[in-house]
Structures are given as C-alpha cells and as structure tokens.
Design a protein. Structure first.
Length: 565
RNA sequence: CGGGGCGUGGCGCAGCCUGGUAGCGCGCAGCCUUUGGGUGGCUGAGGUCCCCGGUUCGAAUCCGGGCGCCCCGACCA
C-alpha cells in the first residue's frame, strides 16, 4: 500500500543554502535521502525504491552474461590488503579489533574475491567464471561532496571475472562492456564509455562510463565522430598556431628581464603564447631529473606523463632548479639543458619557437626541436576544446559523473594472492582477472542532474520510485475520492507502481509535491474533470497534459506508460 | 593538505560587531475557512543558543581550546 497519507515522503521547501549540486538539493527536497554525517547518507523509502530499481537492472544484465550473485563482508583482515600492497592507501579505512588485530573496511573487493577464488577455482575446467555482489563500500574520502555524488559509504555492484588467459579476459571484458551498455541504456541516462586511466587498481586497460552533467567531477573529451575519453588520458591533434614567428638559422639570445611567465614573454616579444616552449622540470622515480616541455598554450597532463614515463614524476623543487639549470623557473629551456628532454608531440615540426635560455632574464628565439636539441617525443599534454580527434572531428570537453568503471586487472591480484589453476597439460598458471564496478546511487544522482527542471525531478521511467502518482482532489467522501480509489486499484492490478496522494492537502501542495518527486506520469482526479467524465494526466518530462475518458482510464494510463521515455 | 564559511525550537534564518527579556518565516497541534497550482484567520506547543574552559555581577554575544558540517582548490577506484 502506498497511500501518501500513510507513507514517509518528507518533502521540504528549503534546503541549506550551501547545497550546490542539483541532485543534492532535489533529492533532499523530494524526501528521498537524508544526511547522517559527512559523506554518509540515508535512503528514505522512496529513495530506496529507486535504488532498488537500479539494482534490479544490474542484476538482470549481469545475470544475463552469466554472472553469479554472492555476498562478501565489508570488514576484512588487514593481512589480505598487505599482500596486495594496498594497505597503505589513504582512502582505506583501518581499524583494530579488541585483540588489537588490524582490519580494514573494504573500499572494493578484489582481495576478498581473489582470496576465495584462489581456493575454489583450481582447474581450467573451473574457468571462466563471473562472480558479483551488491555491497557497501567504505572510503575515507578526503572530501565528500555534492550529496550522493561522492560519499564515504556507498553501495556498489562489483563483478569480477576469472579467466585462463589474456584472450579469456578480453572476452569477459567484452561481455561486461555489452552488459554495461545495456544497463545505461535501460537506466535512461545520457552516457559515454570513455577510455580511462587504470589508477590505483593497476592492470592493463580500463574504461569508464560517464554521464555528462554540471555537477560532474570528471572531464571527458568528446567529438561528433564518436571520440570519447577521460581528459586524464585523452589524446588529440592540436590546433595550429596562428602568427608563428619566422624561423632563424640558429637560436638567438634575447633579453627578457622580469618576464617569467608565458603571457609576459609572449607579450614582450609580440608572439602568440603557442610560439613558446613551456618547461616543466621534474624528478622521476628511479630515473632522476628530466625536463618536460610542451607548447606554451598547452598544459602538461601529469597522468599522461606518468604513463609515458612508466614511473611517477614530481615537480622539481626550486633548489633543484638552481642546481641543475642555473636558472629560476620561467627561464629554463631545452637548449643546452642539463637534463634529458621529453617533448610533447605537439611541438614536433615547429620552428621559430621561443624558449628559456637557462640563464636569468634571457630567452632564446628561433628555437627548433630536433635541430637545437634532441628530445624524446611523447604525448603528455592535456587536450583542450578545439583540438581534433583521430577521426578528424572537433573535440569538446564536458564535465561528467563517473557512473561505472571496468578494468582489465590481468594478474595484478592473482599473483600476490597466488590465484592459479592447472591447465590441460597439468601446468600451474595464473588466473587472469577483470573487475567491473557500478554505483547505483550515482546513476540516480546523474539521472536527476540530467533531467531535472524548475519544478523538480523527472525520473527516467525505469528507475523512478513509482511509475505513476495518482492525485485525488476534493474532500474525503466526495466523488473524486471514490473514483481515485477505484483507479488506484485498477492501476495497481494493471502492474504499475502507484503512489496515491490521498492526503487532505490543498491541490497546489499536491501538484508541487508530485512534480518535485518526479514520477513519470501523474494522474489527477478532481471535480472539474469528472463533470465532463474525464481524468487528467501529465507526463512529467516536458509536462505534456492530456485528458482521458473516465471509462477505460486505467488502461489508457497503462498504455501511455508503455510509451514513455 | 591549503583557503573560506557556518553551528541559535523539526527545517531555513536573524540576533553576536556594541554582553543584560531569545526572535522571524516555514513546519507542527487545535478550531474555523478554503479544495484544480504551496488558501486565509485565531489560538498554542516547542530552544542544553555544538561542547569544554576562561573573562565578567551577568555570556548566544568577548577570549582560548575542541568537535561537527558546508564550499573552493589539491586529492579521488
């Protein structure tokens, strides 16, 4: 029974002024969620209904590719995490039990699933397998934010694939790609599958599913031609520089007193900022100092740099700059540099450039990579809007929420945890793994962000807390109430989830609440319609209204429901 | 980790600078009114002013410490 008079849907007019994200404000206002602490959120009944609808889509689609649902604990022995080297992660919650033994609250379940499968999957006959669960994750986030978008505790559907080799992993990964594509189509989101950095998961390849929206914490590079990548790893051809100075036969020293920034040098010499060489002195783990250079109008992408170098790099300190280059930041350049040079590929083939001269207050002009210095070439810059994607189409950059990610883990976990199997020849081999996560709460938040209007939420039908909100007007005992009661039963027996607003409130309040909550269809029964033998319906998204003859109204509503999007 | 802000009935806020009676709106309870877009009126209940300590005759207000929460940046599978 979901009569609003006996339900808990505490809608509010006001939320704290500092709640910024649309989804944060609306989900609180609509009575779906409440905050318990920083990054800790309670789902109220209607919010939980929506969450469970998302979960159900996940179950159906992962079951459809052969996934087997199970459940693993959140509380885990620290030892497992020490074995995989992840105990030191700052985001990992750590605690001791009464005996003083170290434990963790799992932020994801690679260790646990691998521990188990090490014991249960012993033969090539046991492979491949896909296991998954829908379980709480705990993360000691440096900064929880934006309602449900970044929380310290959240529920995740995570599945794990176990295969005999790389090819098997590729196949399991492809199964998940297809399942995830279907999941996001069904959930009603605008979404992109983008190339991603492997991050702390380690492994061989990764994609993220991104839902564009204003509150997004990530940025994705997209193009008409179908290019889609997280800007962390995106790669594109740069825009040509207009007004590049004439090349010179050899670099020429120019005085640039006090001009230590790209803009000031460009202004002083009357050249576009793209004609400059930007220098980033870094120190690479196990490799020493390195001078990384990009075009003056480009930014270094530290993740791409790290991936190109195969090792983490940090910016060099001021003292290191003096010692190595004998010049302060702003006057350092690749010509005659005291460290090896890594040049971004956008600099390739350019002539007549301006670079730091490695002496205070001086730059060189007429610089030419390959002639005046010999760099190692690498793609290490951040793409920008206006670049060209590999298929020749213009790149745009949008903020987006990461709603899922999938990783080819390879043997990242099977090796330290000893997850092997015996092949047909009786040889011991490592299991190849993949891991695949989805956050249902983020899907909800993304849906709210993408589809909200001035009145409130407009749920995608597949994940709405209810299919239809039935609003009865008039006083208890009047004809409208009787008709509404009848319609309520008919809609329910027709298979719809109906929220019946039978409260003794004013029409304005009921309409406002219905639009705030955002069920895809609203059906109104009131005296005005009944006078002409009709009830009124409204499609929440777009707010299209129409009248239905009272006779057969339930069937007509159900029919309209089927055509919603 | 750096920067900024906030903590006062259930919710949103004012009061604090300049110490002395704790206030407004919403919500809530009762009665009346109203019933197709948050109706209007009357009456009423409800507050350790985040915590600890200090100054003072007297602290929501001043001082010190702590805790909590939010925002921006860094970070973030």
């Amino acid at each position: 029974m979901t009569r609003l008079s006996a339900y808990l849907l505490p809608t509010v007019k006001e939320v704290p002024a500092d709640a910024e994200a649309i989804s944060h404000r609306l989900m609180v206002r609509a009575g779906l969620v409440r905050q318990l602490g920083a990054g800790m959120w309670t789902f109220l009944p209607a919010g939980w209904r929506s969450h469970r609808k998302v979960e159900q889509i996940l179950r159906e689609e992962i079951d459809a590719i052969g996934g087997l649902e199970m459940l693993m604990p959140v509380l885990q022995p620290a030892e497992l995490w020490r074995q995989t080297g992840r105990f030191a992660i700052d985001e990992l919650f750590k605690l001791k039990d009464r005996k003083g033994a170290d434990h963790v609250l799992a932020m994801t379940h690679e260790e646990a699933i691998t521990y188990h499968m090490t014991r249960e999957l012993r033969s090539y006959r046991d492979l491949p397998r896909i296991l998954y669960h829908i379980q709480t994750k705990e993360r000691d986030e440096p900064r929880p934010r934006a309602g449900l978008l970044r929380t310290r505790e959240f529920i995740m559907k995570d599945s794990y694939s176990f295969d005999r080799d790389r090819e098997g992993l590729d196949a399991s990964y492809e199964l998940h790609v297809k399942a995830y594509d279907r999941i996001f189509d069904r959930s009603g989101l605008e979404w992109y599958r983008v190339e991603a950095d492997v991050g702390m998961m380690g492994g061989h390849g990764a994609h993220e599913y991104m839902a564009p929206c204003a509150a997004g914490e990530n940025e994705v590079a997209l193009s008409q031609a179908g290019y889609a990548a997280n800007v962390e790893v995106a790669s594109a051809s740069p825009r040509r520089i207009e007004g590049l100075p004439e090349p010179l036969a050899a670099p020429e020293l120019v005085e640039t007193p006090g001009a230590a920034t790209i803009d000031s040098v460009a202004g002083l010499l009357g050249v576009p900022s793209g004609a400059l060489i930007k220098a980033f002195p870094v120190v690479v783990d196990g490799r020493g100092p390195l001078l990384v250079i990009t075009r003056g109008d480009h930014r270094l992408n530290e993740i791409k740099l790290q991936n190109a170098l195969g090792a983490p790099a940090r910016a060099a300190h001021a003292e290191e700059l003096e010692a190595l280059f004998r010049a302060p930041a702003g006057y350092i350049g690749p010509v005659g540099a005291a460290a090896p040079v890594v040049a971004d590929v956008a600099l390739r083939g350019l002539r007549g450039l301006v670079a730091g001269a490695n002496q205070p207050d001086h730059h060189l002009r007429g610089v030419e990579p390959g002639r005046d210095f010999e760099p190692e070439w690498a793609d290490v810059r951040a793409v920008v809007a206006g670049d060209t994607c590999p298929a020749g189409s213009e790149i745009r950059i949008e903020p987006a929420i990461e709603v899922a990610n999938i990783f080819k883990l390879g043997t990242r976990y099977s090796e330290p945890l000893g997850a092997g199997y015996l092949d047909e020849q009786g040889e011991e081999r490592l299991i190849w793994m993949g891991s695949y996560g989805i956050g249902p709460a983020r899907i909800m938040a993304a849906a709210v962000e993408q589809r909200a209007d001035d009145q409130g939420i407009a749920w995608p039908p597949s994940i709405s807390p209810f299919d239809v909100e039935l609003v009865a007007l008039g006083k208890p005992g009047e004809e409208a109430r009787e008709v509404a009661e009848r319609l309520y039963e008919e809609l329910r027996s027709g298979g719809l989830d109906v929220l019946y607003d039978d409260r003794d409130q004013s029409p304005g309040e009921k309409f406002a609440d219905a639009e705030l909550l955002g069920c895809p269809l609203r059906v109104t029964v009131g005296r005005r319609g009944l006078e002409t033998g009709e009830v009124e319906a409204q499609v929440r998204r777009g707010r299209e209204r129409f009248s239905l003859p009272l006779e057969g109204a339930a069937e007509a509503v159900i029919e309209r429901w089927r055509r919603l999007d």
